[in-house]
Design a protein around this ligand. Structure first.
Ligand SMILES: NC(=O)c1ccc[n+]([C@@H]2O[C@H](COP(=O)([O-])OP(=O)(O)OC[C@H]3O[C@@H](n4cnc5c(N)ncnc54)[C@H](OP(=O)(O)O)[C@@H]3O)[C@@H](O)[C@H]2O)c1
Length: 309
């Protein structure tokens, strides 16, 4: 049964945020006993820092057989791989280059995945939030829109058939495609929703006014992921690949707020200290979405250890 058939719920980012502050740690239904990823091949994008890095480390402790770190900096990715290999001798770790600003790079990654003997789980974690307006040189689109939505959409559409073919255990355990969203998408205003043509309207420097534009742009890219996940769920049966969207929760000590400076930086640091999850706590939300949740999350949003249809 798919949760698409259930009545829609009406969460808001504020409700999710409040709930998160009381549910930072994974419940024992997720951690005791923790799932094993032995015999699984898992691809993580943006795995060399933040929540993606903590998730890679967590998967290694959960006996994953083959970990593929898709990263923008091969040097940083190789350092992470070396760190993991030192401790986890039974985990094979590969580092693949991925620059989500470039469609060529996205397609190269998919071609590499297509040559793998096995691929069971993909988690599209790479994402960013910019305070200043920047474009991706090779596409001309605004960078946050490019990375968080356009390249994430392309990567998911191209990887879905690969997962369907390469998941070795379809019968007992389908392939998994989990995209990392954000509850901020629930409140995005999407003022350009009626623009024709729509795509160029996300990349207008003249309408960029700093912090408010930056948070709206981040929110709208995450809102579009809700639609993407619903559409992807129509393209594949949950018996073959389960597709869902996960919110890691407000998480401190990651690179996401790296553009902040001055007063904003201090405010973010204080709020992080008071209420945020650590990247290690947030990594368990990914485990929840890819291993503890089943077909009932196909096309759905998993947030604070709950499913929002
Ligand atoms: N932190 C939060 O409170 C929070 C809340 C909700 C959702 N999220 C989502 O969680 C995910 C992880 O974020 P995080 O907080 O861990 O931030 P982070 O530390 O900045 O991690 C983001 C990752 O994405 C990678 N990335 C950014 N642009 C890329 C590009 N063009 N090509 C390839 N990789 C790229 C980064 O690579 P580099 O290391 O090379 O920069 C980094 O590894 C994101 O999708 C974010 O939107 C975070």
């Amino acid at each position: 049964m798919s949760s698409i058939t259930l009545n829609p719920s009406e969460p808001s980012s504020f409700k999710c945020f409040v709930r998160m502050s009381t549910t930072k740690n994974a419940p024992t239904t997720v951690t005791s006993p923790p799932p094993s990823f032995a015999r699984k091949t898992v691809l993580i994008t943006g795995a060399s820092s933040g929540i993606g890095l903590s998730f890679a480390r967590l998967l290694a402790t959960l006996q994953v057989s083959h970990l593929i770190l898709a990263v923008r900096s091969m040097q940083r990715g190789s350092e992470v791989a070396a760190e993991l290999k030192k401790t986890f001798h039974n985990t094979k770790v590969d580092v693949y280059p991925l620059d989500m600003s470039s469609y060529d790079s996205v397609q190269d990654l998919v071609r590499r995945c297509d040559r793998l003997p096995q691929l069971d789980i993909v988690i599209l974690n790479a994402g960013l939030a910019n305070i200043d307006y920047k474009t991706s040189p090779s596409t001309g689109h605004e960078e946050v829109f490019q990375v968080n939505y356009l390249s994430t959409a392309l990567l998911s559409i191209l990887l879905l058939p690969v997962l369907r073919r390469k998941c070795k255990d379809n019968r007992n355990s389908p392939g998994r495609l989990t995209i990392v969203g954000s509850a901020l998408g629930l409140d995005a205003k999407f003022p350009n929703r009626n623009a024709v043509p729509l795509l160029p309207s996300f990349s207008k420097p003249s309408t960029w006014t700093g912090l408010s534009s930056s948070s709206e742009q981040y929110g709208v890219t995450k809102l579009l992921l809700f639609v993407l996940v619903l559409r992807l769920a129509e393209m594949v049966r949950p018996e073959e690949v389960i597709v869902n969207l996960v919110e890691p929760g407000f998480t401190g000590s990651t690179g996401l707020g790296r553009g902040a400076s001055g007063v904003l930086k201090s405010v973010v640091a204080i709020v992080h200290k008071l209420v945020a999850r650590s990247p290690e706590q947030a990594a368990w939300t990914y485990v929840d979405a890819i291993a503890m949740r089943g077909a009932e999350t196909h096309g759905s949003f998993v947030c604070n250890w709950e499913i929002y249809p």
